[in-house]
Structure formats: structure tokens, C-alpha cells
Design a protein around this ligand. Structure first.
Ligand code: SF4
Length: 228
């Protein structure tokens, strides 16, 4: 087996449990039937996409869900689409990783200062999971990831990630001290975690400059300061 592949597995916690999950029938059907419009290095993944990065870091980054032609194609969270291109460039510029691009699972990328994951691990139609799917997946996996990593800081990308991360933290008994409406840059403290909100790096935000590279890099620098 290719050596680098083993390295990648060691960077995804709860890997076997996540990639074998079939708990949401609609998402299982969708992820497996996505039309293959681009040929990936090693085919289409078409399975749940586990998190990626350093599980010993005190910073987590939580997105919405893999996209049909992004994570669902490459098998690495936020990899293979415009959102991911923007995110990984920002992480590199903020000093989180060894390279500014994430192309495929064997490209040698190391994200050392954060663990990146999503509320929902399977690509949903139109990037819109149902509330039931979000509840199902976040209680099953995001909760475990947070319990395992014990982050000091969680950067949430978009209001969906904010809402479901708060729900998971609530279920873990983390009391929110100063609940706020989602806005870019807002910080919310729980008993032991600081949540930092950012606009999602989707093309609709980045092409319109609602979210610029400088804004996202600053969010990740703030996260490092909060985690110290
Ligand atoms: S979204 Fe989550 S809970 Fe649902 S099938 Fe995928 S991995 Fe399992």
C-alpha cells in the first residue's frame, strides 16, 4: 500500500466509522449517484468525508458539508472545489499548513494547526442537508470529534455550521455565556471554548468580496491568539 496513504489515515479521526456510515438514506443515494464530470486521480470517493488535519491541535474548523464535486470526489474535506481552494490558501497564509493548495488525498498537504471537519459528512443535494440529516450526523460524529479533540477554539464557517456547532456544544453541557446572532468575526464563549464565526468561503461570498482573503486569514490568526 502507498505509504502516504497510511499517513493520511492517521490524520482523520473516527475514519472507519465515518467512511462506512449509511445512516441517511437520501445522502447515501445522492453521494453514490453524483454524475462524474471530472476524472479524479483515483476515481470518485462517493463516501462520507472524514475530517482532516491535526487532531492534537486546539483549533477546529467546521464547515457545512462536502460538495458533490469537491470532497465527494476527492475524499478530503474542502478539497476539489472553489471554497476549498480559498480556504486552504488562507490557512497557508495564516501559518497553518505546509502548502497553499489541497488537490487530492496524496498531495503531501499537512495542516498542523487545526483539525478541519464539517457538520454533515456526506454531500447533500444543492449543498442543503435537512435538519434531520444535520442532527443525525452532528450527534453521531461532530460531537465525538469535539469530545476527542477538546478544542479551545472552533472556527465556524457560515451560519449553518454555527447553528449546529452550538447545538452539539449544548448537548455536551457547554454553556454559552454570550449567545450572539451569526456575523463575520463574532466571538462566542462557552465554558471552555471560544467560537469564532466566519463567512463561508463559498464563491458567492468570495467572488462578491463579501469575504476577502485578508478577512479569512485574520480569522485564522485570531484563532491562534485565542488558543494560546
Ligand atoms: S451524513 Fe453523516 S450520519 Fe448521514 S450517512 Fe453521511 S456520515 Fe452517516
Amino acid at each position: 500500500m502507498w505509504k502516504g496513504y497510511l499517513v493520511k489515515l492517521s490524520e482523520s479521526i473516527f475514519y472507519d466509522e465515518i467512511v462506512s456510515c449509511k445512516a441517511c438514506p437520501r445522502l447515501v443515494k445522492y453521494r453514490e449517484s453524483v454524475p462524474e464530470i471530472k476524472e479524479a486521480l483515483d476515481g470518485y470517493w462517493k463516501k462520507p468525508v472524514p475530517g482532516f488535519g491535526n487532531s492534537k491541535s486546539k483549533i477546529m474548523i467546521v464547515g457545512l458539508a462536502p460538495s458533490a464535486q469537491g470532497g465527494n470526489r476527492t475524499g478530503r474535506v474542502f478539497t476539489g472545489d472553489k471554497s476549498g481552494d480559498f480556504l486552504f490558501e488562507a490557512l497557508y497564509k495564516a501559518g497553518y499548513s505546509n502548502k497553499p493548495t489541497s488537490i487530492h488525498r496524496k498531495d503531501g498537504l499537512q495542516v498542523n494547526k487545526a483539525y478541519i471537519t464539517a457538520v454533515v459528512k456526506c454531500a447533500p443535494p444543492e449543498n442543503k442537508p435537512t435538519a434531520e440529516e444535520a442532527k443525525n450526523c452532528s450527534e453521531r460524529f461532530l460531537k465525538k470529534e469535539i469530545q476527542y479533540i477538546k478544542p479551545k477554539v472552533i472556527v465556524v464557517l457560515g451560519s449553518f455550521a454555527y447553528k449546529w456547532t452550538l447545538k452539539v456544544l449544548n448537548s455536551l453541557g457547554e454553556k454559552v455565556k454570550d449567545a450572539k446572532k451569526f456575523s463575520h468575526g463574532c466571538k462566542v464563549k462557552t465554558d471552555s471554548i471560544t467560537i469564532i464565526c466566519s463567512y463561508h468561503p463559498s464563491p458567492q461570498n468570495t467572488f462578491t468580496k463579501k469575504l476577502t482573503m485578508e478577512m479569512l486569514v485574520q480569522i485564522f490568526k485570531d484563532a491562534i491568539d485565542e488558543a494560546i
